[in-house]
Ligand binder design. Structure first.
Ligand code: AMP
Ligand code: MN
Ligand code: MN
Length: 324
């Protein structure tokens, strides 16, 4: 497996060397792993004197605005001159939103990811489900490119790794995760500044939403399932945005008896985005796949095109089945 990944990385590096107009695509509702890996790889490719653009497909949550070169994230005019398209941290083309049409026109696609549900849609698929974050794969990739990782790149990679491993707490955290993190510290990143920006800058609006959401916490199935629904009305009441729901689902998973935590986000009257988390036994990626989504065993998501009450019933039904 290791050798196979190494070979795929070498093939991908050769492909990068061959082309000049390179697009790296973000995913919808981008998270720290996606944003951090994308910026780091874009900076590395830029050092090879290539034209590299980042395709921004959704708003950047305020937590990540501090990252170096975040203004490289730009909505791109669609054009025919895409040589190479690189997708990071996305298990399928739909997750790329408006980026999908660039992918379909590109001469080649490199797909770098760690989701077990990845659909291998690239010409080269560097997919490593044993990696805790795409950031870890991108760290190794940049090393193999023989590009020096500078402080800015290290800041972005550390953000990717820290956010996707729940600050090095989740079960996807490995020996290698810590080795890479220590290398990034050696480069001289300002860990205090990174942590303040990522974890100690919660706005008042986000705090109010957190309280309102928790006020509506539901405990189901002998307190093994926790559910929170965030509606558009709640956002309005708190003057908050949907991205301010970050952290709620992992907070409710922390309740001692809970095995599955579920957050429903009412995007519109007929669209509900779902976040699922589990603690020990339940594989939530299997639940989200049933609704056309994806993810990991302990963190997954999907979208239901239903009203929030129907979506809730459908989900609770599936989650309950997973306890049998
Ligand atoms: P979230 O709950 O949005 O933080 O997502 C948890 C995990 O599930 C992440 O790894 C996402 O990439 C994945 N995920 C969330 N929504 C979807 C979806 N609609 N399709 C595929 N994967 C998803
Ligand atoms: Mn992601
Ligand atoms: Mn990820």
């Amino acid at each position: 497996m290791e050798n196979q990944l190494k070979k795929l990385m070498n093939d991908a590096i050769q492909m990068i060397n061959k082309y000049n107009n390179i697009y790296i695509c973000s995913h919808v509702q981008p998270d720290g792993d996606n944003i951090g890996s994308t910026l780091a790889l874009a900076m590395a490719i830029k050092k090879l004197k290539k034209n590299v653009s980042i395709i921004k497909v959704d708003d950047i949550p305020s937590d990540y605005i501090f990252l170096p070169h975040i203004d490289m994230f730009e909505e791109q005019e669609y054009n025919d001159s895409v040589d190479l398209f690189i997708s990071l941290d996305s298990s399928d083309l739909i997750r790329l939103g408006a980026g999908k049409k660039f992918a379909l026109k590109a001469k080649n696609i490199i797909n770098i990811d760690h989701h077990i549900t990845n659909e291998n849609f690239g010409d080269i698929n560097i997919v490593s489900p044993s990696s805790g974050s795409t950031g870890e794969i991108v760290y190794r990739f940049i090393k193999d490119m023989k590009v020096d990782i500078d402080k800015d790149m290290a800041t972005c990679l550390y953000t990717a790794i820290s956010t996707d491993t729940g600050r090095f707490m989740y079960s996807n955290t490995t020996y290698e995760t810590h080795l890479i993190a220590s290398e990034l510290l050696k480069i001289g990143i300002d860990i205090n500044n990174i942590n303040i920006n990522l974890y100690q800058s919660r706005t008042i609006e986000r705090t109010r939403l957190f309280l309102e959401a928790l006020n509506n916490l539901e405990l189901i199935s002998e307190n093994r399932i926790a559910l929170v629904a965030v509606t558009q009305d709640m956002l309005q009441n708190c003057n908050a945005k949907m991205e301010d729901t970050e952290g709620i689902v992992s907070f409710i998973r922390n309740i001692d008896s809970i095995e599955v935590a579920c957050m429903l986000k009412e995007m519109s009257k007929e669209e509900v985005k779902v976040s699922l988390r589990s603690k020990k036994h339940v594989d939530v990626s299997k639940i989200s796949i049933k609704f056309g989504g994806g993810g990991h065993a302990k963190a997954a998501g999907c979208t239901l095109y239903e009203n929030i009450e129907t979506a809730k019933d459908m989900l609770l039904n599936e989650i309950s089945l997973s306890f049998r």
